[in-house]
Design a binder for this molecule. Structure first.
Ligand code: ADP
Ligand code: MG
Length: 564
């Protein structure tokens, strides 16, 4: 039966990893938790049982757009489904409820805040509700990526029902805390928990710290010529800038962020999905519910706020299982931008001050783990999987760290100067001040704090700041130093620091040869040589390019479609 439904409604011949177990568990009447990465196919796991059970399935979903997409897809497949959320007028809402009452729908998507309203309760008390399925279930957890207080109403609702339905929950967040929270907060009864592996072996992971991000970006786009991909930026401003510059370079790019009108967003999204403009430059507002299988690269132009976001966004590459690359371009400013987002957290005005402080503390910790990802010399895939509680046996061989040749370097002198500096300023400053001090910076801040009087001032002038940063991060990662988890993270000594300061221990670290950027002139010459073919008059070439861009603009198509 379930195979027949899979074929009939969804057009697929076989189940993917985990799907069948989840479906069977639900059909057995057991509470069920499905933890699978984005794109694995969680929706099917509640939709197929919903079609097979007597009664109605309620699906709780956090986003109006997600509900719409899913209901549209179901309706097109011939399944009777509807959604109830704030996008409906009151009259529409009552009408939909009436239809629901008369048994017209098999699956109803509901926004969590609707659940315990009078109207909905009246309906629910009389309806035959077979299952409550919680999509994006990590929203119940304070430790989840986007906590929704209204998700806490779900259990209240379930407990009010005359007959307890099967409760199933689905998420792509695999950390143990979130998993435990889901089970506890939703009061699941001896649930079946299915967690498919989080590894996506077809994805290549890379981290770079380029001097010039845009040049690095162009470099990757050259390697991915003609392919579809997403470029994620932290801010709308960055999106606008990067998209414009890419268009000027002749790339078929479009953009997406919350500052655009609904129409623009819709249009740009379609241009991307139908490969009219196969390159999407976007903030993290883009992607939830997007199902494009041939995304060959996801480049993060900035470091995102945490590993959860990173893996989810990067995971939009290579959904078809073919090789795809995920590159993160790191710059120090990204940490600061993310810190500002955390300190100005306005996402949750429902939170009390104490709760907000807790959320901020959590976010700072996550940002730190994200930052360490950019500095670790270990296998990047292993780092990510460890974060989600998986411990692979081997290094992957398919990430930038596995493919880099590292030298083992004695960092004891640097470590001891950094620790000495921390000790002698009485553990009062953060990483930047400490590193500027040992490097001998003449900045106003260093003078203002009298750090130029610190005995370790200018003790490591020959080591570059990026390299010092790698070392300091390594020291924190390995517990030789610690960072306070406060608004201004301060470097502190730990129990392990003494052994270095006393000269009892030596420390080594795997470091790659340091990247020395090309001189500006040479870089620009190289670019010219790249874009203008050798046997073409450069002036004519420029004119043609301009013509092509204009034509493209007039006809609203990608420049590369005009002629090449
Ligand atoms: P998730 O919610 O886990 O991110 P979705 O449920 O949105 O993923 O599914 C992602 C895509 O995978 C959808 O296009 C879906 O149709 C497709 N899919 C799901 N199950 C299968 C299957 N068994 N075979 C092929 N494609 C599938
Ligand atoms: Mg989903």
């Amino acid at each position: 039966m379930k195979y027949k439904l899979l074929k009939q409604y969804f057009g697929y011949d076989a189940f993917r990893d985990g799907q069948e177990t989840l479906i069977d568990s639900i059909l057995d009447g057991k509470d069920t938790v499905g933890i699978m990465p984005t794109g694995a196919g969680k929706s099917l796991c509640y939709q197929i049982p919903a079609l097979m059970m007597d009664g109605i399935t309620l699906v709780i979903s956090p986003l109006i757009s997600l509900m719409k997409d899913q209901v549209t897809a179901l309706n097109q497949a011939g399944v009777h489904a509807a959604y109830l959320n704030s996008s409906l007028s009151y009259a529409q809402y009552c009408k939909a409820l009436q239809c629901a009452r008369s048994g017209q729908y098999k699956i109803i998507y509901v926004a969590p805040e609707r659940l315990v309203t009078q109207e909905f309760m009246n309906f629910a008390m009389e309806a035959d509700i077979a299952m409550v399925s919680v999509d994006e279930a990590h929203c119940v957890s304070q430790w989840g990526q986007d906590f929704r207080p209204s998700y806490l109403k779900i259990v209240e609702f379930v407990n009010l029902l005359p007959k307890r339905p099967v409760v199933s929950a689905f998420t792509a967040t695999a950390t143990t805390t979130v998993r435990e929270d889901i089970i506890a907060i939703l009061e699941l009864v001896q649930p079946t928990v299915v967690s498919t592996g989080f590894d996506r072996p077809n994805l290549y992971f890379g981290v770079e710290q380029p001097r010039d991000r845009f040049t690095a970006l162009l470099h990757h786009l050259e390697d991915c010529a003609g392919q579809s991909g997403i470029i994620y930026c932290l801010t709308r401003k960055n999106v606008e800038e990067v998209c414009l510059r890419l268009e000027q370079e002749g790339y078929p790019a479009t953009r997406y962020h919350a500052g655009l009108t609904d129409r623009e967003r819709q249009q740009n999204q379609e241009d991307f999905i139908y490969d009219v403009k196969p390159i999407m430059v976007a903030t993290n507002a883009f992607g939830m519910g997007i199902d494009k299988s041939n995304v060959r690269f996801v480049i993060h132009y900035n470091m995102p706020k945490n590993i959860e976001s990173y893996y989810q966004e990067a995971g939009r590459a290579g959904r078809d299982g073919e090789p795809a690359r995920c590159i993160l371009l790191y710059g120090g400013q990204d940490v600061i931008t993310n810190q500002l987002f955390i300190e100005n957290n306005r996402d949750n005005d429902e939170l009390s001050d104490a709760e907000l402080e807790l959320v901020q503390e959590r976010d700072r910790e996550r940002l730190r783990k994200m930052t360490f990802y950019c500095f670790t010399n270990e296998c990047l895939r292993t780092y990510i999987l460890n974060y989600f509680g998986e411990y692979p046996d081997n290094y992957c061989g398919n990430c930038s760290n596995c493919q880099t040749k590292f030298d083992t370097i004695d960092i004891t002198p640097m470590a001891s100067a950094i620790m000495g500096c921390v000790r002698d300023c009485h553990e009062r400053y953060g990483i930047t001040v400490i590193l500027d001090t040992v490097h001998g910076s003449k900045s106003a801040k260093i003078q203002q704090y009298h750090m130029d009087e610190n005995p370790y001032y200018n003790s490591l002038p020959e080591v570059t700041i990026p390299r010092l940063r790698q070392i300091v991060n390594h020291l924190v990662l390995t517990g030789f130093l610690e960072l306070t988890n406060s608004k201004y993270a301060v470097l502190r000594l730990t129990a392990l620091s003494d052994s270095i300061l006393n000269g009892d221990e030596t420390l080594t670290m795997k470091l790659a040869e340091e990247y020395i950027p090309e001189k500006k002139e040479r870089a620009s010459k190289k670019k010219k040589a790249r874009t203008i073919p050798a046997n073409v008059d450069p002036e004519l070439f420029e004119k043609l390019r301009e013509l092509r861009m204009n034509l493209a603009k007039e006809n609203k198509v990608a420049p590369y479609l005009i002629f090449s």
